[in-house]
Design a protein around this ligand. Structure first.
Ligand code: C5P
Length: 226
């Protein structure tokens, strides 16, 4: 079955405080989104990359990746889940959807391979994730430590997240209709009673969220490019 990559990139990225959506900030000679798309476009098992964009986006078409034959763009929605759903409309019957954050440009071929291979063990789909290393604290209203959260079995959810396209579509629609807060694709699957697999991913697959992350992404990308 075909594997279609979906990249929700229709957010505003307000946390970065820059003059443009964060995926258009430059690292190592091209924008974050361009790096992310390259990682997916050049993977031999990914047949199509669908990117969801904001209606005000006037930068995407200037990227060299915009005219790649494997690339299709769609208009995103109000929330991340709406953008993913818009892209899923174009996914072929029986395909697998590999959803990946636009803001994770350091994804490696080996992590994509690992996630794709995990379909044998996890036929309902799986996500890249990382076991929590630090001690976790829950704050109280005063910004003090309220309690320590047991970190046993606690993971960071990363992307890509891989599911059967039709099933993901059904679960996202149902979760949205029920008013569930869907911050990643797996949470919609979980809500529907499905338990996606956890596939241990690399620590350098960071999400560029704050300005400080740009330097880290640059370091990781430089290492990969040299
Ligand atoms: O804001 P946050 O970092 O959680 O956004 C995650 C991803 O979802 C970003 O790549 C963003 O562009 C995308 N997104 C989207 N459509 C929205 C909101 C966010 O595609 N309406």
């Amino acid at each position: 079955h075909a594997v279609v990559a979906i990249v929700p990139a229709a957010g505003i990225g307000s946390r970065m405080g820059a003059d443009r959506p964060k995926q258009y900030l430059e690292v190592c000679g091209q924008s974050i989104l361009a790096h992310t798309l390259d990682r997916l476009l050049f993977h031999s098992q990914i047949s199509q990359v669908i990117v969801a964009l904001h209606s005000d986006d006037n930068i995407f078409d200037s990227l060299p990746q915009a005219v790649h034959p494997k690339l299709t763009k769609v208009l995103g929605g109000g929330e991340r889940a709406d953008s993913v759903l818009a892209a899923l409309q174009l996914a072929p019957q029986n395909s697998w959807a590999l959803v990946h954050d636009a803001a994770r440009p350091c994804l490696t071929v080996s992590d994509i391979d690992k996630l794709l291979a995990s379909r044998v063990q996890f036929p309902q789909g799986a996500i890249l994730a990382m076991p929590v290393r630090d001690t976790m604290k829950r704050a109280n209203q005063q910004g003090e430590i309220g309690s320590t959260v047991c970190r046993d079995n606690l993971w960071h959810a990363l992307t890509p997240q891989l599911f059967k396209a039709q099933q993901l579509k059904g679960c996202l629609n149902a979760a949205i209709a029920a008013g569930v807060v869907v911050t990643d694709e797996a949470s919609a699957m979980e809500w529907a009673g499905i338990s996606p697999g956890l596939v241990s991913g690399r620590a350098d697959n960071i999400k560029v969220t704050h300005p400080d992350d740009l330097g880290l992404a640059e370091l990781f990308l430089m290492r990969a490019l040299t």
